[in-house]
Design a protein around this ligand. Structure first.
Ligand SMILES: Cc1cc2nc3c(=O)[nH]c(=O)nc-3n(C[C@H](O)[C@H](O)[C@H](O)COP(=O)(O)OP(=O)(O)OC[C@H]3O[C@@H](n4cnc5c(N)ncnc54)[C@H](O)[C@@H]3O)c2cc1C
Length: 463
């Protein structure tokens, strides 16, 4: 009997009725996350249905010194859920369901494997709203969103996932269940332990349940696509919008011309609403409680910006279809990237003041090494977050492009990842954004919570 067969026999023996996939029953989906990189089937897939089953699975793997990779919806973009050789996967897909919607506390309690969209719909059916939203909503799980501290489309207003989690339950590597299912906004009684598991990408424990914060949905919405000549005008417009429209601002997305034009020219049924081309395009969206007065304020703000020449042109959505057309340009990235493969995808953040210098420096360094490189940039500017898709269409250039990009991110005191996480693919670049002391503290925390080193090893923390 070989070592893998011995392990599987032991897992069967200890796990009893817990679902265990082995051999040909392990589907391809468990072998790689959304990046498609480093395809590696796990030795087995454990699929617990309850927190107690997660605990037993981890106790068993701990006792066997068996390394484990945690898998949510596998929509991650950092390689964190992709198995490494000789790992067993613990998939949260069967630990799914909404346990409670409390309209008095304005909270929703869900199991970690519940898809984000299911949570959004349940909140909506209760007349409320869960504001976390992004393209992977149908497949990603709330546990994965918590583990990666996902951002998305409304961060400027509601913050990242971290701001939406009130309580959390997690299981440590040795099987200990730590339950802090708090519903209160204020709780300063000791360490806020849930933060150990939010954004730490499964390196310190498995998230099993969460209490999420709900909001009232707002009936009015204003959306505009504007054009500006310079980056500083886009910042000026952001600050004016914040000053005049306050917290109703729910999205502020900036697209540089090469990105905008690529999407317009390559995605079917999309066209620019402008007769001319401009260096930058800005999508602004607000949400409020009264459509008539909100629209008046929104249009007054745009008129003032046109008058003082902060913007050159603007179109305001007159219907849900117009709004969708604007967002389709912003979201067109999903459709154009397939044709650009292979490409480097950078998701960085930095002080807005440093962005123009960073972008100039990056373009200069890129064109020195790769004169033929195409660099498409857009960003959630209000969240300090830029997305860059860079391609020479040659696989062998990708690592060098990342190296150039992350080194400059460090030079301008930015973060090598704003929302997608470090996972396995970015951990060797972490030193560009974190000091040796910070990385050492990460190692010490990891050692304390996972002394045997079984949980998501080789992710986030550099070797
Ligand atoms: C089309 C598309 C659009 C996206 N848009 C955005 C965006 O706008 N903003 C953004 O922030 N991200 C975005 N993402 C990436 C985002 O990080 C993931 O979609 C999501 O947060 C991960 O959830 P998942 O359940 O798929 O986790 P997985 O991919 O399965 O796992 C991601 C990481 O979390 C760990 N993990 C998963 N579940 C748990 C758990 N229960 N406990 C502990 N650790 C766990 C895994 O080990 C892995 O390290 C996008 C992805 C796609 C494909």
């Amino acid at each position: 009997m070989n070592a893998v067969q011995k392990l599987i026999n032991k897992l069967h023996q200890h796990l009893g009725n817990i679902s265990l996939l082995t051999g040909d029953n392990i589907g391809e989906k468990y072998a790689v996350d959304f990046t498609g990189e480093n395809y590696q089937p796990p030795l087995a897939v454990i699929r617990p249905k309850t927190t107690e089953e997660v605990s037993l699975a981890l106790k068993t793997c701990s006792a066997l010194s068996q390394r484990v990779v945690i898998q949510g919806g596998l929509t991650g973009l950092a390689g964190g859920a992709t198995p490494k050789p000789n790992e067993v996967a613990i998939s949260l897909e069967q630990l799914s369901g909404i346990e409670e919607i409390d309209t008095t506390s304005m909270t929703l309690t869900a199991l970690a494997g519940t898809p984000l969209q299911t949570i959004q719909e349940a909140a909506e059916n209760a007349g409320l709203m869960f504001p976390l939203d992004y393209g992977a909503r149908g497949s990603c799980q709330i546990g994965g969103a918590i583990a990666t501290n996902a951002g998305g489309n409304q961060v400027i207003r509601f913050g990242m996932t971290r701001n939406l989690v009130l309580g959390l339950e997690a299981v440590l590597a040795d099987g200990t269940i730590v339950s802090s299912m708090n519903k209160m906004l204020k709780n300063n009684s000791g360490y806020d332990l849930k933060q150990l598991f939010i954004g730490t990408e499964g390196t310190l424990g498995i998230v099993t349940r969460a209490v999420l914060r709900l909001y009232h949905s707002l009936p009015s919405r204003c959306t505009s696509l504007c054009t500006v000549q310079t980056f500083s005008q886009s910042v000026e417009l952001l600050r004016e919008t914040q000053k005049k429209l306050g917290t109703s601002l729910s999205a502020y997305e900036v697209m540089w011309a090469p990105y905008f034009e690529r999407v317009i020219n390559h995605v079917e049924n999309l066209q620019s609403p402008f007769a001319e081309n401009y260096p930058l395009y800005v999508l602004i969206e607000t949400e409020g409680s009264d459509q008539e007065s909100d629209s008046t304020k929104f249009e007054e703000m745009l008129e003032a910006a046109l008058e003082n020449k902060t913007i050159q042109d603007a179109v305001v959505a007159q219907s849900e279809k117009d709004r969708q057309d604007f967002w389709d340009i912003r979201d067109g990235v999903g459709e154009i990237t397939q044709a650009l493969m292979p490409y480097a995808s950078l998701d960085i953040s930095m002080d807005i003041a440093n962005m123009p210098k960073f972008l100039e420096d990056f373009d200069r360094s890129l064109s020195k090494t790769f004169p033929q490189a195409l660099n498409l940039v857009f960003g959630h500017l209000g969240d300090n977050n830029l997305h860059l898709f860079v391609t020479t269409q040659r696989e062998q250039d990708i690592n060098e492009i990342y190296s150039i990009g992350y080194k400059l991110t460090g030079k301008y005191e930015g973060a090598i990842t704003a929302e997608h996480g470090v996972g396995e693919l970015k951990r060797s670049y972490l030193h560009h954004s974190r000091t040796p002391e910070e990385i050492d503290l990460m190692r010490r925390l990891k050692k304390t919570l996972d002394p045997e080193g079984i949980l998501n090893m080789g992710r986030v923390i550099p070797d």
